[in-house]
Design a protein around this ligand. Sequence first.
Ligand SMILES: [Mn+2]
Length: 468
Amino acid sequence: MRPMLPEPLKKSYLKAKEMIDSAEDIKIYSHIDCDGICAGALLSSTLDRQDKEHDIEFIGLDKLDDIKIENQLTIFSDLGSGQPIDRISNSSSQIIILDHHPPLRTLHYNSKVSGKFLEINPLFYGIDGTSQISGGGLSYLLAKKFGLECLSWIGVLSAIGDMQHSLHGKLKGLNEIVLQDSVEHGLVHSSADLSLYGRQTRPLFVALSYFGDVNLPITNNKTEAILCLKKLGIAHKNNDRYRTLTDLTTSEKSKLFSELVRLLTREVPEKYIKYIPRLIMGDIYEFLNEEEYTYFRDASEFSTAINACTRNNNADIALDILKGDRLEAVNELENLARLHRKYLAQKLAMIEDEDLLASTDNLQYFHAPEIKNEVIGTITGMFLSHGDWQKPILGFTGMGKDDGLKVSLRCSRLLSYDGIHFGHIIKKVAEKVGGTGGGHAVACGAYIPSSRQHEFIRLFNNALDGLI
Ligand SMILES: [Mn+2]
């Protein structure tokens, strides 16, 4: 069944459309991550089609305090709900907030500043913002009011970039409206399939060797991955070209599925066995207007490419690509992605060579101040397969000028399937040491004072007693 927008949410969208229709000078602030860039691209494309003059800027949450509201209408997307926007706005300007993060204000605030201030947040209506709708999804629902269903694929991409599918292996809730629109318009194909990362661009044996939720014989071992395929009678090359996951026939995929189940069953403790299929099967989302064997074709790979831009402060390249301005942007993106991969590989090697990984009873961690704080999460996630998959891994780095630390946590999805939500735990522990934190069950982070790092590790370890 098609999910429906709650009536009051529909009214809010109508109101947002009216505010845009009557504005001449518009500024968009959107969050600088994959979801935020998709949200910004959706809004900017929508305004372009209405011939509305506008500026767009991608910012981190820490920069929101510094902005001045000067335009007739300012739209905040994928951020704003958690910030005191009402305090920086002035009486002559109008504000729209489209955000799915926990709100500071109540719905009631909208009516107090009637006509000037509109905050759209699914949490006002009891709709979960981590698995039911992304920031980009909220922006798409506005684009839809202007009849722009042709942009729905960007809403799908934003949801994948925001990991909205991670717990259930598929898009749920209001995300399904976005998905159905994109399927009906021939933009997206979605099906249940093997969910190894890199289905369009990575040789299959490479994709297999990156399997990191559980340490298998094939993990970080390309030779073993090729042998595994040989044993199953699955060719790893097609003439001169390496085959990718998307090249496999249905029967080859089911052979590979059974083999992965067998390998995993041997490796994981009893309590995780029931979650194994969820680890290797899930819905995949393919963009039908994109060329095959490029990373634009697959939603997960596309979102990684966008993240490579945001982590290197090049949101504009990603914006151009999403808005269809591909000529130069694709080359720039490729350069950036190459540099990005090289940087990640160097830093992974450094953590290994310098033996930085330490562990306590319930967790493992490394402290690497030379790693850029924008990529500490990516590197922590990649290092998981080099450590003990049964414990979460925390990566610490410095914050540059001030003396705080940024910490990112990653863990095997099996831990979250079993009910642990690290985003909630890290928030509590960070607050105990005077920091802030939060995020997803399997990918989250915090900012803490440097002087309290050891206390943070000790408290975190204690918080996991009996859970791991
Ligand atoms: Mn978001």
